[in-house]
Ligand binder design. Structure first.
Ligand SMILES: Cc1cc2nc3c(=O)[nH]c(=O)nc-3n(C[C@H](O)[C@H](O)[C@H](O)COP(=O)(O)OP(=O)(O)OC[C@H]3O[C@@H](n4cnc5c(N)ncnc54)[C@H](O)[C@@H]3O)c2cc1C
Length: 276
């Protein structure tokens, strides 16, 4: 099947994109790499009358490093990150996460901003960016605002974006050279969407330690309790203790999901601490 007819709009700045979204009054949709939206259009699960292409907006394909942050334009593809074009907030983490997304043809087109906005619970960037303490810059006709990742993804396929906003930039704090990370994705075949993700980031200089579970069915789950355990003991909690935390997390997780998440968590921490 092919998509229902639509008009393609190429705005010249983010505010114009926001205005076009608002003018569409629910009939317009942003398109970036089209790797998630494209199949929905083809199956006619989405039938927007206007598609607003953000991939050629100024700044959306740029990447840069400031004294404190790495900034990635929303329309930067997974492939460019995999290829090492992007500065790293901690050595190797973005390259690793990008390389595990789907296969190269998808990575050539799919974008980091598109992935965050799609907000698929099983996707990689939503979990990795939460573990890195990242935020997104949402821009609309009224200007730009910064939204922490922990406030951005509200649930499965739901974000805090207003109807006239697009994501223009992702900001990731730079970590010290002593920082450690681990990212363990459980999936049936390499490059598939995750069944479970364990992400771990610790920086002794800024005294941050984050434990994040991904592919939980909702927004990524942070555990201060498990992060505290690693910070205190220098080791991950035992599987039974991790499972208990997950069982009491308030999220409806099946027994198998809890087991997979617990294993992914332990492996991510062990990976991170292996060369410490
Ligand atoms: C076969 C296959 C396997 C995949 N495997 C994985 C995987 O293992 N891990 C993983 O993480 N992902 C996976 N993906 C998804 C892929 O990473 C997509 O790139 C991603 O989900 C969407 O990015 P996109 O740029 O293609 O966005 P699009 O499909 O263009 O858009 C997705 C949604 O986001 C909105 N949107 C896009 N950009 C913006 C913006 N800047 N501001 C506001 N809204 C915006 C669109 O309106 C749409 O609702 C897979 C996809 C396929 C087809």
């Amino acid at each position: 099947m092919k998509p229902a007819p639509f008009d393609l709009i190429r705005p010249t700045d983010p505010a114009a994109a926001g205005l076009a979204l608002a003018a569409g009054d629910g009939t317009a949709k942003v398109v970036s790499g089209s790797q998630s939206l494209g199949p929905m259009l083809n199956l006619r699960l989405a039938r927007p009358e206007q598609l607003i292409d953000v991939t050629s907006l100024p700044g959306l394909t740029a990447m840069r490093e400031t004294a404190t942050h790495v900034e990635i334009g929303a329309a930067v593809t997974h492939a460019r990150i995999e290829d090492g074009e992007c500065p790293e907030p901690i050595a190797g983490i973005l390259h690793h996460v990008a390389g595990g997304i789907a296969y190269r043809a998808v990575r050539n087109r799919g974008t980091i901003g598109g992935s965050l906005c799609h907000a698929d619970p099983a996707a990689d960037w939503v979990t990795a960016m939460t573990a890195l303490g990242a935020s997104v810059i949402a821009t609309g006709p009224g200007g730009a605002r910064e939204i922490a990742m922990t406030d951005f993804m509200l649930g499965a396929y739901r974000t805090a974006l207003a109807t006239n906003e697009i994501v223009t930039l992702i900001r990731i704090p730079r970590h010290s050279v002593e920082a450690r990370w681990g990212y363990y994705k459980i999936c049936r075949k390499v490059g598939e969407f995750a069944d479970a993700i364990g992400a771990f980031v610790a920086d002794p200089v800024s005294r941050t330690c984050r434990v994040v579970f991904g592919a939980t069915g909702g927004a990524p789950l942070l555990s201060a309790e498990l992060a505290g355990h690693v910070a205190r003991t220098g080791a991950p909690a035992e599987i039974a203790a991790v499972k208990e935390v997950l069982a009491n997390s308030g999220q409806a997780l099946s027994e198998i999901k809890i087991h997979q998440l617990a294993v992914a968590h332990r492996r991510s921490v062990l990976e991170a601490l292996a060369d410490a």
